[in-house]
Write a protein that binds this ligand. Structure first.
Ligand code: C2O
Ligand code: CU
Ligand code: CU
Length: 498
């Protein structure tokens, strides 16, 4: 039944859920999962001025920081038991320059293993570099050393845990931060304000505890009830007429696709995934899959308050098993993320600053290899997946993740074209560590023309990618950036051999 949507009954059977527990609804699942059943919800504080996370910036070629993961971060203006880095969620914004050494001592003070990933950086995945196979046990620490190459693009990246099996849980609980590469022409981009907007979602009960998802929700990819920007609920971004702000929007949600719209404005998009576009593009709506970042230039259209909205986006869950749990992921939204408050005497809109040139794709490379990567959900994935009967499988090329298996072996220094095929009725965002790629076909507005590291592969669709495997030998991973899917096994390894 390759690619066929599951019937409601099949899906329930695969999840080991009887119809009775589903009929019981929310209460039923919480109780059957043995969870605390505080069904009240945290009352968020809204409308405060947008804050920026603390900035830790490199000096003289080095940024040396300790990031301590621990419980007790404030979210939505309240004390919670959510997790943060160095006491806050998001953690501090790390700012480095091309050629810098980024040293991070990751100290684990949560009650489960974790680690750290520098999402989007073109850096070595080996040893104590951006190595997703590292495990840092509770109470322990690990010293990462990430050498940023001198020709690294300047842009917006982020960091988050990557311990397989708990990535979604740990980000949902608050562990994420912005990572900016400055330098080159970038420092001269004359904007009035340069703002990080790290968007996350979570669900917090009335006592400030993170509410874990149920098995069904994991399979769909959980979406939190609370949307946060820099850990704040619906903050206000103040600007003056005639000003130009740079918004670095990071989709740090575990599963939610952000369809961004700023009421009364078109959004001027200058970068995607840390790379400048060939030219700025004005859009009514900017779509960010989980893991994607975009840099926007925002000029107030006039005095007033303009909501920044996340509009409903159907990831395909409804067609798969709509109605089972009171609607699929598309039942969320529209939601207000933040509000732009523009004040001051009316002024003509400021001129847009010229943006730096986009990094150019390799001109007519010799394509050394073509591969097909197939994302699938359902019974068909159980062949060779080792899941056994009764389990739901989320697979890549028919298999679930095994950190000890090399799924793709690539020759260092070659360029390959990968076709990523999605046979399932849900969208899956494809992400590859360490080696960003160019999207050749198939992704519509998600095709930026510049190199990127997350691309949404539509339900029953495909995308073609060109991947320069340059500079770094080593093993790393590619996966679905719906992080519940990644944790359930929709991840695979690539070994680049020098
Ligand atoms: Cu942002 Cu492998 O992930
Ligand atoms: Cu990544
Ligand atoms: Cu997925």
């Amino acid at each position: 039944m390759t690619g066929q949507p599951l019937s409601r009954r099949q899906a329930l059977a695969l999840l080991g859920l009887g119809t009775a527990s589903v009929a019981a609804g929310t209460v039923g699942w919480a109780a059957s999962a043995g969870l605390p059943t505080d069904r009240t919800r945290l009352r968020p504080e809204s409308g405060a001025a947008l804050r920026q996370p603390q900035v830790l910036a490199g000096r003289d070629g080095l940024l040396d920081v300790t990031l301590t993961a621990a419980a007790g971060a404030r979210l939505a203006g309240r004390d919670t038991s959510a997790w943060g880095f160095n006491g806050t969620s998001p953690g501090p914004t790390l700012r480095v320059r091309p050629g810098d050494l980024l040293r991070v001592r990751l100290a684990n003070r949560i009650d489960q293993p974790t680690n750290l990933h520098t999402h989007g950086l073109h850096v070595s995945p080996a040893g104590n570099g951006d190595n997703p196979f590292v495990t840092v046990d509770p109470g322990g620490s690990f010293d990462y050393a990430i050498a940023i190459p001198a020709d690294h693009p300047a842009g917006t990246f982020w960091y988050h845990p990557h311990h397989h099996g708990t990535v979604a849980d740990q980000i949902f609980a608050g562990l994420a931060g912005a990572l900016l590469v400055d330098g080159g022409p970038d420092v001269d981009l004359p904007v009035t304000d340069d703002l990080v907007l790290l968007v996350t979602d979570t669900t917090l009960d009335g006592t400030g505890r993170v509410v874990p998802p149920v098995p069904m929700t994991r399979m769909m990819g959980r979406e939190g009830e609370l949307l946060l920007v820099n850990g704040q609920h619906q903050p206000v971004i103040t600007s003056a007429q005639g000003a130009v702000q740079r918004w670095r929007v990071i989709n740090g949600c575990t599963s939610r696709v952000l369809a961004l719209r700023l009421v009364g404005h078109r959004l001027t998009q200058i970068a995607l995934d840390g790379a400048y576009l060939p030219a700025p593009v004005d859009r009514d709506r900017v779509l960010l899959a989980p893991g994607n970042r975009t840099d926007l230039l925002v000029r107030p259209a006039g005095r007033g308050s303009y909501p920044l909205r996340a509009e409903p986006y159907d990831r395909g869950g409804q067609s798969m098993m709509g109605g089972m749990m009171g609607g699929g992921p598309a039942s969320t939204g529209p939601a207000t993320l933040a509000t732009l408050a523009a004040s001051g005497p009316s002024a003509p809109p400021a001129a847009l600053p010229p943006t730096p040139p986009a990094p150019r794709p390799p001109p007519d490379p010799v394509v050394a290899g073509h591969r097909q990567i197939t994302f699938a959900m359902g019974m068909d994935g159980m062949r060779g997946g080792g899941m056994g009967p009764g389990a739901m499988a989320l697979t890549i090329n028919g298999r679930t993740f095994d950190p000890d298996r090399d799924d793709q072996t690539v020759q260092l220094g070659t360029v390959e074209d990968w076709t990523v095929v999605n046979t399932s009725p849900m969208d899956h965002p494809f992400h590859l560590h360490a080696w960003p790629f160019y999207v050749l076909t198939g992704a519509g507005a998600a095709r930026s023309g510049a190199r990127q590291d997350v691309v949404l592969v539509p339900a029953r669709g495909s995308v073609r990618l060109r991947i320069p495997f340059t500079d770094y030998a080593g093993r790393s991973v590619y996966h679905c950036h719906i992080l519940d899917h990644e944790d359930l096994g929709m991840m695979a390894t690539v070994n680049v051999r020098g």
